[in-house]
Structure formats: structure tokens, C-alpha cells
Design a protein around this ligand. Structure first.
Ligand code: ANZ
Ligand code: ZN
Length: 801
């Protein structure tokens, strides 16, 4: 056998491709934009887990090239953000310097994958030529009334010393550093993403995305339908508006709860209750969001005041509790303990009456042990008794509206996006504050507004960014009236650049437009987006919002950025532990590439498990993949000059191989594509034992393998005498007719006498044929079977006694 020398082969083809890159666009019919989520250039470099996504997207891109598409497959850097800044604080190195070093290093590592990125399209979010447009979008949003300032309590990470968007708070903790998030009152820049809530929700239908991700987005937007109901207060002027999604349960509302932050919370407390109420409100304000979310036991305090249930006119006590959120609905709720879990728990704890108003068959359960949350028949509900609760749910809002005590409403969980950060390493927000003119955007022709050099990168912790210290930068003149004015010193969140970078790749050198009309029309949007599922809400929601806005102002003519989405699972270390430097379980690709070659590692990245699931890295497995490549290499080398005419069997196996591999690939079942290659390789090796294998079958196998193992495929393609690249070929199509198995007619004998025939596929094995034969002659098998004989292709003989 010829030894397969991966080192020599890979070195040779890298050089060839450097001199003659794979032709990815000339004369191709239509474009296909295959995009990776661009990486943050961290200092620790790539491990085998990072390779997975890049290999998947490269395989997919190369497959599309062979399918005749013009491929757009760019790469860039999401390089603003905290790690570079924290490194600057620790080491005193300017973030732009460490970022440039990290980019160079990761770029070198990415090149080891042999992916066909088009580096002419490269972008870097920290490059002023790029962030000019990030700022331009902000100015456009400001002019459209979508960017506004607001003094409000925001999520504040005490460790990162910066404000956070709701999306960046996970279970009450900072998404980045894990510290419990607190609230802080600060002037903020906000983006009105809520104005797009309905479109962001409805257009999910257009997307070929994993259902799981679509569900996460629609839950995050959280549209609900219900009613606002006005409750009059006993002996007071004010009314309290509540938001409910269950207007059908109004007769069962036995108490009311206000959020501690509700404007009336302290005001309506009676003299006896006042100090208790104030105490509770104060304690709630000191609680971190984690504690508020995680408190198992319900707490609350009675105000001493009563509201009047607008339907049955009963008095309902008003309580304060922190399980009601201030910024959702109206910050006040009517409580129906019989039909809501939280209210049930609260009522039990504080001995509040529970009135059932919906029952399964209309029969009341006198001792409910938990809230009844199903639909049913209305009871204890006056004029609604006997109605189906679903009908009541539909009709009650209209009835309330007619009586002037309520109205139908919808609500969203989505909040406007807190867009300012009190940190250094981000895009300066291009706004000037003028005493006379208010907030004035930096004129578009003066963008980019460069991030100035500072001496100290430390966040001040006071809620001001380090930029506030650079007086010569901060003090400027108003672009509108010329009076002395001050620059905004907050910077943008890291999501700003990543919300639109995919548009810029295709026109990355254009200094006059974000992207030209022609290029946008010809090359956008993204057809396939590949990346981790951790971005399901944040980045993917923000990108959709930005794209819709850019659509609305005429920059692009589509309003969804990513037609298809694929989320790859993570590759973990042993025992499923996430690979990380701190755990010391990081597997570097470098040695593996050295020992087994890039092709083997590419294939093994896919072989470890279904690409959408997390997989555990087991280094030993790469050996099997390496052996497979070796065997295939030898099969081609040994048969390349034999000039064998294809047999029917060879044609059949070839077509079946094309069919199986293509089908699995189209389904993104990439691990079974690899096992499919292994099976067919064995079949081809068997076939070749009778004098060799025909050239077309060898060529077909090489083309199918080319997206996966491009070096060795290119080498073998050349060995077969081709002077052009294998990537100039067309992905083969299976001929369904040629795939059919021949049928064999086999006579069946019982005790040596012919009793019938059975027809079976030529490939069927002995057990299958005997079993089928026995079915055919079942009624003639009148004794016990003592022996079953099969003479291959000729006869089945069953001996009975
Ligand atoms: C009465 C009721 C009866 C309710 C019942 C539910 C079940 P979603 O679907 O999340 O919109 N609610 C309203 N505002 C709230 C706030 N600020 N904080 C906490 N809870 C609040 O849920 C809306 C329901 O959550 C509303 O409907 C209200 O309780 C509660 F059998 O009203 B419901
Ligand atoms: Zn002015």
C-alpha cells in the first residue's frame, strides 16, 4: 500500500490554493451567503470546540460551491467589549493593541482549518471605518425617534461597573461575569425596540429557524392578550387599573396586590398600616433582582385599604408584594387565588378567602388544594354562570368596555433596549448635549466620532464612563447653534456592531454608504447562519430589529437578516464539562493537526456526534477517522490506472452512495454522513477485489468527500489525471433507477420437492431469504423444521419431520 502522508499532501495543497484560490464566483448562477457568527478575538485562542462551527460552515459552503452557487463566506471580528478592556486595566496595554494581536493569532488558527473564507471581506467592529456606520445607524435611529434618553432604574452590574440590558441579565445575574445584578437610577440611552415588537413576533413565521429558537424569541417578546380593569377604591378618589389575562375570573378576585414601586403603594396605606407598608417598600428596594426572583416564600403587607370588585361590588383588600413587578402591565393585579398558583399560595399564607368561579363540570370543589387553571364552566359568577369559561374570557372585556370600567389590551414582556454603557472600549455615542438645543446628533458627515485615547481605562463606578475625564474631548461646540456644549460620554454595548456586521462584509470598503444598493440586492441577505444557541435572544433579536429599521429607511430591501439558522452544539471536555482554561481541560487543535492532519480533524469534528447536540470530546476516536482516510486513499491509488469497465453492481453502489450522502447532508446529519462514507468505503473496497473499480465511481466518491477533506480529495483528483480543481466539478445526482436492487427468483423445496418460489432483492442475506421463503410455503410446513439449507442464488431447501 502507498502510505498516506498527510503532512506532504496538506502542505502541497495549501500552497496551490494560496496561488490559485478556489474559484467561488465566476459564472455561477446565484449567490449563497453562508455566515458564521463572528468571534470575539479572545486572548486564549481556539480549541477543538471552536473548530466545530467553522468546519460545519466550511463543509456547507464547499457543498454549495459544488452545487453551482456563487459563495459569500466571510469572517471578521467582534472586537469591542469588556475582556480587552479588563486586560487593558490590568496590564496597561491599549485595547486596540491587544485586540490586534489576538486577531492575528486567531486568524492564523482559523487558517489551519483550511476554510475558504474570503478575507477581502474582513470586518472589525473596532475599526473606525466600520464603526462610522454603527454610529450612523444610531444617528438615524435618533432622528427617527427610536433612540431616546431616560432617567430610570436600570440593571447594574456592580462588578463590571456598567449598566446592562434586560437581555444581559440571566436569572438575576450578569450574563458576562455572573455577579448578582442590582438596580441603579441612571440617565440612559434607550432604543425603542418595542416599537417593532409585533413585526419581530409575526415575522418569525418567515424564518427557517429551529423551532426552539423561535419559541425563545416569541416568549421573550411575550405578547399577551387581556384586559385592563378599573377598580374603584373604598372611600377614596383614585382608581387602580390592573392588567389581567383572565378577565373571565373577575368574580373570583378576592384581593388585589400592588408592586412595592406602584405610585399608590405608600399613599393608600391606612394610619395603622403605614409604618409596616413603608418598611416593606424599603426592604423591597434593597433586594437584588436575584433575591426577588428566587424568594421561595411569598411575602407581603396589607395596606388597610379596600378596592371594590367592579362586577360583584364586594370589597377586596389591597396588599403590597414584590411578586408583582413594577414594570409589567400596570404594576397592579387583581388576585384570583382559586385559579392562579401564585395568588393561591399568597391567599393560603395570609388567610384570604378563595372563591372558585370555574369548575370542571360546573361542580364546585369545596376544598381546593391547588389552583384550578384549566378551562371549565362558570360558577359563582352572576350573569356568567353556566357559560364556558373560554367564552367568558372572550366576552368579558367587551362587557367591561361597554360599562366604562375596562378595556381590551395587549401587553408585551419586551422592554426598550438599554443602549448605553459606562465603559471605555466601545463606540462613542455620537451625541452632543447643548444647553440650548438639548441632545444634538453629530452631523453624519463628521462621522466617525473617534474614540479618544485615555490614560485610565478603569470604569469610575459612579455611572460615568472614563471618557468623562478627557476634558478636551468632552468640551466641544453644539453642531446646531455653535454654543459651548458637551459630548455624550457613554459608549454603545457590544451588541451594536454585531447587530449589523453581516451587511457590511459585502461592501466593506465603501466609504459613502453602509452598503451599496447594487451589492445589497445582489449579495444579501444571509442564506445560512451558523453559530451557538446562546445567542437565541440577544444577538439574533437585535439583528432582526436593526435589519427591519434599515429596511424601513431604505438601506436594504429585505426585513429579515438570516433566512436559515443552524445552531451547533458545544464540544465539551471529559464528563461533559465545558472546555475552559480555568478548568484546564482545553484540547488544542494544533497537535492533532500535526499528528493526523487537518482533513482528519475536520472529519472527526463532525463524527463526534449530531452537530446540533453537545458532544464530549474523546481524542481516541480521531484514529478511526484517520484510518478511514488512509483506506480510501489507498483504494484510489491502487485502482487509478486499472481502467475497469463499470459493472451493474458498481453503478448501483455508486448511485446509492450519492443518494445516501446527499440526503444526510441536506438534513445536516453530518455525523451520519461520515459514518456513511465509512460504510461505502468498505463496500467499494469489497467491490474492487474482483479486478478493480471503475473510474467514475472513484471520481464520484472523491467529489462527495471534497467538502469534508479538501486536501486529500484534491490530491486524489489530481492523481486521477485531472488538471483542474475538484471544486470546479458539479455535485453528482443519484439515478434512482440505477439504485434499484435486482430481484432474484429462488425455488423453495420442502424435503427436496419444489413447492414454490420466493423473490428477494439480490443483496438480501441468507436469514432474510429463508424467513421469506418460509412465509411463502407456511401452509405446507406441516411438521417440525429440522434443517434449513440455502444455496446462494439457487435454492432454499427446508427439511421437516
Ligand atoms: C388575574 C388572573 C387570574 C391572572 C388567573 C392569571 C390567572 P402574562 O401571561 O405573563 O401576561 N400579572 C399582571 N401584571 C403583573 C405584574 N406586573 N407582575 C406579576 N404578575 C402580573 O400574565 C398576565 C397575568 O399575570 C395577569 O392575569 C395577572 O394575573 C398577572 F386565574 O390576573 B392575572
Ligand atoms: Zn445648541
Amino acid at each position: 500500500a502507498t502510505p498516506y502522508n498527510h503532512k506532504e499532501i496538506e502542505k502541497k495543497w495549501r500552497k496551490v490554493w494560496e496561488e490559485h484560490p478556489v474559484n467561488i464566483n465566476d459564472g455561477k448562477k446565484s449567490k449563497y451567503y453562508c455566515l458564521d457568527m463572528f468571534p470575539y478575538p479572545s486572548g486564549s485562542g481556539l480549541h477543538v470546540g471552536h473548530w466545530r462551527g467553522y468546519v460545519i460552515s466550511d463543509v456547507w459552503s464547499r457543498y454549495k460551491i459544488l452545487k453551482g452557487y456563487y459563495i459569500i463566506h466571510p469572517m471578521g471580528w467582534d472586537a469591542f467589549g469588556l475582556p480587552a478592556e479588563n486586560y487593558a486595566i490590568k496590564m496597561g496595554v491599549h485595547p486596540s493593541k491587544s485586540t490586534a494581536e489576538n486577531v492575528a493569532n486567531i486568524k492564523r488558527q482559523i487558517n489551519e482549518i483550511a476554510a475558504i473564507y474570503d478575507w477581502d471581506m474582513e470586518v472589525n467592529t473596532t475599526d473606525p471605518a466600520f464603526y462610522k456606520w454603527t454610529q450612523w445607524i444610531f444617528v438615524k435611529m435618533f432622528k427617527a425617534g427610536l433612540a431616546y434618553e431616560k432617567e430610570m432604574p436600570i440593571n447594574w452590574c456592580p462588578d463590571c461597573k456598567t449598566g446592562l440590558a434586560n437581555e444581559e441579565v440571566v436569572d438575576g445575574s450578569c450574563e458576562r461575569c455572573g455577579a448578582p445584578v442590582t438596580k441603579k437610577n441612571l440617565r440612559q440611552w434607550m432604543l425603542k425596540i418595542t416599537e417593532y415588537a409585533d413585526r419581530l413576533l409575526e415575522d418569525l413565521d418567515k424564518l427557517e429557524w429551529p423551532e426552539k429558537v423561535k419559541k425563545m424569541q416569541s416568549d421573550w417578546i411575550g405578547k399577551s392578550y387581556g384586559a385592563e380593569v378599573d377598580f374603584a377604591l373604598e372611600g377614596r378618589e383614585e382608581t387602580i387599573k390592573v392588567y389581567t389575562t383572565r378577565p373571565d375570573t373577575l368574580y373570583g378576585a378576592t384581593f388585589m396586590v400592588l408592586a412595592p414601586e406602584h405610585v399608590l403603594a405608600a399613599q393608600i396605606a391606612t394610619d395603622e398600616q403605614k409604618s409596616l407598608v413603608e418598611d416593606y417598600i424599603f426592604k423591597a428596594s434593597m433586594k437584588s433582582s436575584v433575591d426577588r426572583l428566587q424568594d421561595k416564600e411569598k411575602t407581603g403587607v396589607f395596606t388597610g385599604s379596600y378596592a371594590i370588585n367592579p362586577l360583584n361590588k364586594e370589597l377586596v383588600p389591597i396588599w403590597i408584594s414584590d411578586y408583582v413587578l413594577a414594570d409589567y402591565g400596570t404594576g397592579a393585579i387583581m388576585c384570583v387565588p382559586a385559579h392562579d398558583d401564585r395568588d393561591f399560595e399568597f391567599a393560603k399564607k395570609f388567610n384570604i378567602p378563595i372563591i372558585q368561579v370555574i369548575a370542571k363540570e360546573g361542580v364546585e370543589n369545596p376544598d381546593l388544594t391547588e389552583a384550578y387553571t384549566e378551562p371549565g364552566i362558570m360558577i359563582n359568577s352572576g350573569e356568567f354562570n353556566g357559560m364556558n369559561s373560554l367564552d367568558a374570557k372572550r366576552d368579558v372585556p367587551g362587557i367591561l368596555e361597554a360599562r366604562g370600567i375596562g378595556k381590551k389590551t395587549t401587553n408585551y414582556k419586551l422592554r426598550d433596549w438599554v443602549f448605553s454603557r459606562q465603559r471605555y472600549w466601545g463606540e462613542p455615542i455620537p451625541i452632543v448635549h447643548c444647553e440650548h438645543c438639548g441632545a444634538v446628533p453629530v452631523p453624519e458627515d463628521q462621522l466617525p466620532l473617534l474614540l479618544p485615547e485615555v490614560e485610565k481605562y478603569q470604569p469610575t463606578g459612579t455611572g460615568e464612563s472614563p471618557l468623562a475625564d478627557i476634558h478636551e474631548w468632552v468640551n466641544t461646540t453644539c453642531p446646531a447653534c455653535g454654543a459651548p456644549a458637551k459630548r455624550e460620554t457613554n459608549t454603545m454595548p457590544q451588541w451594536a456592531g454585531s447587530s449589523w456586521y453581516f451587511l457590511r462584509y459585502v461592501d466593506n470598503k465603501n466609504d459613502n454608504e453602509l452598503v451599496s444598493k447594487e451589492k445589497a440586492e445582489k449579495l444579501l441577505p444571509v442564506d445560512m447562519y451558523i453559530g451557538g444557541v446562546e445567542h437565541a435572544v440577544l444577538h439574533l433579536l437585535y439583528s432582526r430589529f436593526y435589519t427591519k429599521f434599515l429596511h424601513d429607511i431604505g438601506v436594504v430591501d429585505f426585513d429579515e437578516p438570516f433566512t436559515k439558522l443552524f445552531n451547533q452544539g458545544m464540544i465539551n471536555g471529559k464528563n461533559g464539562i465545558k472546555m475552559s482554561k480555568s478548568k484546564g481541560n482545553v484540547v488544542s487543535p494544533d497537535d492533532l493537526v500535526q499528528d493526523y492532519g487537518c482533513d482528519s480533524l475536520r472529519l472527526y469534528e463532525l463524527f463526534v456526534g449530531p452537530p446540533e447536540l453537545d458532544s464530549e470530546w474523546d481524542e481516541r476516536g480521531i484514529d478511526g477517522v484517520y484510518r478511514f482516510i488512509n483506506r480510501f486513499y489507498n483504494l484510489v491509488m491502487e485502482n487509478k490506472e486499472k481502467d475497469v469497465a463499470p459493472t451493474k453492481e458498481m453503478i448501483k453502489i455508486r448511485n446509492k452512495m450519492v443518494h445516501t450522502i446527499t440526503e444526510r447532508l441536506e438534513n445536516f446529519s453530518l455525523n451520519t454522513v461520515v459514518s456513511g462514507f465509512m460504510e461505502y468505503n468498505n463496500k467499494l473496497i469489497d467491490l474492487s477485489k474482483n479486478g478493480g473499480l471503475d473510474k467514475e465511481t472513484l471520481e464520484t466518491a472523491i467529489i462527495l468527500l471534497a467538502p469534508f477533506i479538501p486536501h486529500v480529495s484534491s490530491e486524489l483528483w489530481a492523481e486521477l489525471g485531472h488538471e483542474t480543481s475538484v471544486f470546479e466539478e458539479t455535485w453528482p445526482e443519484a439515478d434512482e433507477n440505477a439504485m434499484k436492487d435486482d430481484e432474484l427468483e429462488i425455488p423453495i423445496q420442502i424435503n427436496g420437492k419444489t413447492k414454490g418460489t420466493v423473490s428477494v432483492p439480490a443483496e438480501a442475506d441468507k436469514d432474510e431469504i429463508i424467513a421469506k421463503a418460509k412465509e411463502v410455503v407456511a401452509d405446507k410446513l406441516t411438521g417440525t423444521i429440522v434443517k434449513e439449507i440455502y444455496v446462494p442464488g439457487k435454492i432454499v431447501n427446508i427439511v421437516i419431520k
